[in-house]
Ligand binder design. Structure first.
Ligand SMILES: C[S@@+](CC[C@H](N)C(=O)[O-])C[C@H]1O[C@@H](n2cnc3c(N)ncnc32)[C@H](O)[C@@H]1O
Length: 286
């Protein structure tokens, strides 16, 4: 089927469950530019700043990376396999005066090392997003932001989702776009132990589905479920147990330790450091 027709068909079905598209093989993605109003909304939602390094997978005419450099002061890299588009993007970057901060390279987006991106932008297809998801979770550092135009990430729920007017949109009847944002979560699943002064040992047993964390806390022979947990990038906050056993904890997650502050039973906050119980069993996202 003509690739552009297929794209139009997909957009007509955008209200249907995107998971339906995730079953088939990953297909080529045609060039359809993101309207400028949507480009700006994507970069704003990702809170792009001068210290960011933005990678656009399938960069087309380069507009996302060029806008990230020109309007947000970031550095960027566009990955594209179409040579004519690469040439167009490189020329547009020079015309925009950002050639020293952006690069466009010919590469298959599935072969791209994503580890240096602090912001990753996508306007691909639902099944391509799903095929990239394990790589995104493996390679991007906790706290990196991923923004996708129109397509979600299956059961990885977005941290934010907005609708944007897109009068210049080349496809679809509604002239609106959806922008999804995810913050790459640190890996917290597993057992953690912390010695709390003379108070004894605190044990955390955590389960994780992307940014959603559940689990149990054990302290002085009292075990309670985690009542509330918030994980944003490498920042973890946990509330568990009630009254005199009430535990509030905020910390920064490293691969082998969580370092932060803890308060028990309303007592003043103290510093804590929890170590991963089995550092070799570093969990990976499935
Ligand atoms: C829908 S367009 C998006 C262009 C641009 N990111 C934007 O939002 O305006 C997708 C782009 O991905 C490129 N592309 C598709 N598959 C690719 C692959 N495997 N490797 C590199 N580029 C690819 C296409 O040539 C096209 O330019």
């Amino acid at each position: 089927m003509n690739r552009r027709l297929r794209w139009l068909g997909l957009l007509a079905l955008v209200t249907l469950d995107c998971a339906a598209f995730a079953q088939g093989p990953v297909e080529d993605v045609p060039f359809v530019p993101t309207p400028q109003s949507v480009v700006e909304a994507m970069l704003k939602l990702a809170q792009v700043r001068p210290r960011d390094f933005v990678i656009d997978l399938g960069s087309g005419d380069g507009r996302i990376v060029i806008t990230a450099a020109r309007q947000f002061g970031a550095e960027g890299l566009g990955i594209e396999y179409d040579e004519a588009l690469l040439e167009r993007a490189t020329k547009a970057a020079a015309e925009a005066g950002v050639a020293d901060r952006v690069t466009f390279i010919k590469q298959d987006l599935f072969q791209t090392d994503l580890s240096q991106a602090t912001v990753l932008t996508l306007y691909l297809l639902p099944e391509v997003n799903l095929a990239l998801r394990p790589k995104i979770l493996e390679q991007l550092r906790p706290g990196a932001r991923v923004v996708s135009h129109d397509w979600d990430m299956g059961d990885w729920e977005p941290d934010a989702k907005i609708e944007v007017d897109a009068p210049d949109k080349e496809v679809g009847a509604q002239k609106k776009s959806t922008v999804f944002l995810w913050v790459v979560p640190a890996r917290v699943e597993g057992a953690w132990r912390s010695r709390l002064g003379a108070g004894g040992e605190l044990e955390l047993e955590l389960k994780q589905k992307y940014q959603h964390v559940t689990g149990t806390v054990r302290y002085r022979n009292v075990e309670c479920p985690v009542a509330e947990a918030t994980l944003s990038g490498d920042r973890l906050a946990i509330r568990a147990c009630e009254e005199r056993n009430r535990l509030l904890m905020v910390g920064k997650v490293h691969p082998d330790r969580i370092v932060g502050m803890v308060s028990r039973g309303g007592a003043p906050r103290t510093q804590f450091r929890a170590l991963r119980d089995k550092p070799d069993a570093f969990p990976s996202f499935r």
